[in-house]
Structure formats: C-alpha cells, structure tokens
Design a protein around this ligand. Structure first.
Ligand code: ADP
Ligand code: MG
Length: 552
C-alpha cells in the first residue's frame, strides 16, 4: 500500500491521545516502523537520555520514493485504509501519527529511498536528495525543546535511558530473527544476534545464565498459540520487570495475562517473588482489538477466557519440566589448590552452598535413601548425583498435593478423635466453617457448632497428628474467613499441609525415609514446597568430580 491520508471517518475511529510521552516512546515508534517495514537489522543510538539524540536505522523496505513528506503528515499511513482494516490489524503501526507527532516536538531528519527530509517543530526545514541506501534512518534531536513542560515531566537520565533500553529489549525478544544493536552514549548496551533463536535473544537481554534456566513455552489450541520462555521456580525476581507479555508480537500490558502466568507459580515461588518470562500469544488479528489506547499498550480480546486458558496450559506444561535446585560447592578455605588445577573455586562464593543456575535436566529416577542428618535432612543417591532433601518441605509438598486433590473432589479418610476437642473461634471463622463445611469434610474434618463461639472437632484428617489438628484448623479457618476466592482454599490446604508434615528435628526410620522420598518423586511440582522453598538440592556428579579434581 502507498502512503495516503486516512479518510476522516477512519481517522476518527482511532483511539485518540498522546503518542510521544517520553524518549522511550520515540524509540518504540521508530522501532515499530522498522519492523513493519520488514527490517532484519535495527540499530539504535541514544545520547543524553534521548534528549540529545535518538537515532534508529533499519534495513527495511524504506519509505516509498516521493512519499517522505506525506509520511510526516498526521493520519498518513500505508498500513490501513478502511474501517474494516481497523478490525484486524496485522501491523504494529496503524495510526499514521507517529512521525508527525515526533516531528512536532523535536528536530527530525529522515533519510530513506534516496531522499531526505528535515522537520523541526512541525515545519519542514529541508527537503532533498540523499545517497541511496537500503532502509531508513531517522534522527531525532532536541526532543521536547519546544515544549518545556514536557521536559520537566521527564524522570532522571538513568530512568529515561533504562526505559529506552527496555523498549528495545522487548522487541529484541519478540523478534528474535531481527538483529538489534543499542548504543547508549556511544557504548554498546544491547546486541541481540538475530537468527531467530528466542533463547539467544533473551540471553542478550538477561545474560546466558538466566537464558539457560528458562523453559520453552509452546502450546497451540484451536485459535491461540502461546510461545516463549518462562523461568523455572529456582530462578525468580523480586519484581515483575522480567515479565514480557505480547500479543501478535506487540508488547502489551494485560492484567489478565499476567495473572494467568503468575497463577501457575502459586506454591512454587515464595511470596513477593515473580517469574521471568516472555509470553508471546498469537491469534487471529480479528480476535483482538489493539485500537484501545493511543500507545497501543492495552488490548481487548474477543475471547479473553480462551487466551487465559491457553497461557495457563502452556506455562503449566513448561513447568512440568522444572529441574531441582542445584548446589555448587566451595572448596575448604584451608585446602591449597593443586598446581595447574583446571578449575578454581569462585573467590566470591559464599560460605554456604548456594543454588546455582544450570540447565534443566529431567529428574524422575529412583532415589536411594542414605540416611538422615540433623534429624531434618534426608540424604539420598539419585541418578544425577547426591540429593539433599528438606524433610519438612518435602512432606509439605506431598501432603499439599494430596489435600488439593481432595478439595477437587476426592474426599479423604479421617480419624475420629478419642476425645472430641473444642476450638474457640471468632464469628468470621464460624461463618467460614459453615460455608466451607463440604471442603473441610473432604479434607477429613468432622465438626459441629458448639455454642456461639466454638466448634467441636470430632475427627481430623488421617495425615494430621491429633495434637496438631486444632492449630491447623484455626489457621485454616482464618485463611478461609479472610478471602472468599479459590486462593483462600489453597491457602487453607497449605496451612493443613504445614501443620501435618513431619518437622525439622523429627527422627525418621529408614522405612519412613524411603516412603517420603518415593512420595516426593511421584509428586507434581515437587521442586518446591507450597510456600515456594526448595524441597531438595542436587549436588551433581560433575560438581563432585570437579571439586575432587578427578579430571581424568
Ligand atoms: P504508522 O506507522 O501508524 O503508519 P507513522 O507516522 O509511524 O504511522 O509512519 C507513517 C508511514 O511512513 C508508515 O505507514 C510507513 O508507510 C512509512 N514509514 C515510516 N517509517 C518507516 C520505515 N522505517 N520504513 C519504511 N516506511 C516507513
Ligand atoms: Mg508507525
């Protein structure tokens, strides 16, 4: 399509609003233009946090000859024509406003298809021929110089620069076939190689160690496809900054999709921890409305439920391949390294073993119990190495999974208490007990109301030591009283598992050790306890060999 002015009724149907809020918006619009033009290479230079210079060069198809001036006109676009086109947008751009908006608040020089055009504060200053080279170069200088109010709203240089880099890193991860280079004040800040490998693109952004920890997402349902990478539980972040959600290769802000992703990590990550992920959803452009927000960050799905479900299935399938936490050893400080030793201990290694990123290996394979140490850890031999198990965390995971099954409709056995016990509760807990009676029964509790402020416990789950039944129930009722959604039931199941599990300090017989290890191996999501702490650590044979310098 050539560039043309949108008819008024089409222009009016486009979500109105400001496109250029900060330097990063300029980077975003220019990168999107390059990608829409089929670029295989995009290089970005940022100077002075984007106020001095933002230069984006691409090797795409170029602005059609003779249309450069038109490209800088508001509502001029080559990407949509009619109202119907707006209903199924396949390109990143469609508003025909970005170049005009940028040129209204900066000094812009654009070179493409043997022509050059300089526009400053909306006025054309120069127009002429240029050496013909493939692609397009746009140089933006003096951003917001003519709108000082906007300048005052900018954050610190570091923040604005980081936002520019973040935009580039998002597209680098969503377009792994495109080579991205970002230089900030002359220094290389990002180099994504292109070539199409998503893991390599992610490695360019987050580093090799992180990339090696990611599990591949690949799920296709009838009309929705979910691809990308998501972190295994042993790798997490304290913020959501590492989560990139995209729809038809457009980064989006979507609470629903974010929730779909994070819900899969419930019980696998500790509170306040978040996964790292690139979740790339593709679906028929007609099934999603991107014309909701001027910066196109928000989208609306025709069938949000289907997309939500597809993301969850993709993430759950990926997480089934999670590997155990790994130990790396520190060599004893007194031990002198052998001369010419191939591998030196890391000087910054902490005194305690730490979980270290490594590639995921399938864990299944029988664990042979070797014994118990500190009455709290089980030691076992597995096919990959020596395995250390936190007996409480492991048992908690096993029991939590079992209780969760019971809540889903497979009631479990209970044991009558020899002497029924009475639990004092507050009115909200009493109400929760009545409301959730079927759930509590499925778990194995038999209760009756006993006066206005107490419950009588007649039976408890067989897994729960009778002496701990009341404390468990108290905590469960508090959780149930607090929240009314599905999350409250999960929380109650976690409390019950926690109170029922063997404790750190409980000596276990060899037969009990064996059984716990077997149950742990058979359990799903067994890498962590339901609070998100590791259940076991693996010291692999390679690591032992390395530290004993058995290099032959
Ligand atoms: P939109 O991308 O919404 O169409 P823009 O203002 O960003 O609006 O760009 C206007 C038009 O200029 C585009 O439709 C496209 O035809 C052309 N254009 C802009 N940038 C490029 C580029 N880097 N390569 C090729 N064509 C471009
Ligand atoms: Mg555009």
């Amino acid at each position: 399509m050539t560039i043309h002015l949108l008819r008024p009724e089409v222009a009016d149907a486009i979500a109105a609003g400001e496109v250029v809020e900060r330097p990063a918006s300029v980077v975003k619009e220019l990168v999107e233009n390059g990608l829409d033009a089929g670029a295989r290479r995009v290089s970005i230079d940022i100077r002075g946090a984007g106020r001095n210079l933002i230069r984006v060069a691409d090797d795409g198809s170029g602005v059609p000859a003779g249309e450069l001036r038109l490209a800088f006109t508001r509502h001029a676009t080559s990407k949509v024509e009619s109202l119907t086109d707006l209903e199924a947008i396949a390109s990143l751009g469609f508003r025909g406003e970005a170049l005009a908006s940028v040129a209204a608040v900066a000094d812009v020089l654009c070179t493409s298809s043997g022509a050059r055009l300089r526009v400053r504060a909306g006025r054309v200053l120069e127009e002429g021929a240029a050496a013909s080279a493939p692609g397009t170069v746009v140089e933006v200088r003096e951003l917001f110089a003519n709108v000082p109010a906007r300048l005052r709203f900018l954050k610190s240089d570091a923040t604005e620069t980081a936002a520019c880099l973040r935009v580039a890193s998002h597209y680098a991860q969503l377009y792994p076939e495109v080579r991205f280079e970002v230089r900030i004040d002359g220094r290389a800040a990002l180099q994504a190689p292109g070539g199409g490998d998503r893991r390599r693109a992610l490695a360019a952004v987050h580093g090799q160690a992180v990339a090696a920890e990611m599990l591949a997402l690949d799920w296709a349902a009838d009309s929705v496809r979910v691809e990308g990478l998501t972190s295994q539980p042993r790798l997490s972040r304290g913020s959501r900054d590492g989560i990139l959600l995209a729809v038809n290769r457009r980064p989006v802000a979507s609470r629903a999709l974010g929730y779909a992703l994070e819900e899969c990590y419930l019980g696998a990550l500790e509170r306040g921890r978040h996964p790292l992920a690139v979740v790339a959803v593709s679906l028929d452009p007609a099934a999603v409305d991107v014309n909701v927000h001027p910066t196109k960050r928000e989208v609306r799905f025709r069938e949000e439920g289907a997309v939500f479900g597809a993301v969850q299935r993709a993430v759950r399938a990926a997480l089934a391949g999670s590997g155990p936490y790994r130990l790396s050893l520190r060599v004893d400080a007194g031990a002198a390294p052998a001369p010419g030793a191939a591998l030196e201990p890391r000087p910054d290694a902490p005194a305690l073993p730490l979980a270290e990123p490594a590639t995921a290996l399938p864990s299944g394979g029988a664990l042979r119990p070797l014994g118990q140490v500190q009455d709290g850890y089980l030691v076992a031999e597995g096919p990959e190495g020596v395995v250390l198990v936190d007996q409480h965390a492991a048992h908690e995971r096993v029991l939590y999974n079992r209780f969760r099954e019971r809540l889903r409709g497979a009631p479990g056995p209970s044991q009558p208490l020899l002497i029924p016990q009475t639990l004092q509760v507050d009115p909200s807990q009493l109400a929760a007990a009545a409301e959730h009676r079927p759930h509590l029964e499925a778990l194995g509790f038999e209760l009756e109301e006993f006066g206005p402020r107490s419950l009588r416990v007649l039976a408890s789950p067989v897994e729960t030591p009778p002496g701990r039944a009341l404390a468990a129930l108290e905590e469960m009722l508090a959780a149930l009283a607090e929240g009314r959604d599905g999350g409250a039931l999960e929380k109650a199941a976690v409390s019950l598992a926690c109170h029922s599990a063997v404790r750190f300090g409980d000596p276990l017989e060899p037969a009990e050790q064996r059984r716990l290890l077997q149950e742990l191996e058979a359990a799903t999501e067994a890498v962590t306890c339901p609070h998100g702490r590791p259940t076991r650590l693996l010291l692999d044979w390679q690591e032992l060999k390395r530290h004993f310098r058995r290099n032959y």
